[in-house]
Design a binder for this molecule. Sequence first.
Ligand SMILES: [Zn+2]
Length: 56
Amino acid sequence: MIKTAEAKSDGIIETPQEKRERFLMEFEKPFKCEKCNERFKKKKYLREHKSQIHSY
Ligand SMILES: [Zn+2]
């Protein structure tokens, strides 16, 4: 039996390099704004971003 190429549930196949870049990004900027998906290095930056961009 031949198994077809493994694809993730979302259909995106990552190359090892993309995987590494994504990992580094999540590692360096773990704080994500849930409203616009922007990432921040520090929780403080995220809080400032929220109060400036999504303030109302
Ligand atoms: Zn935002």
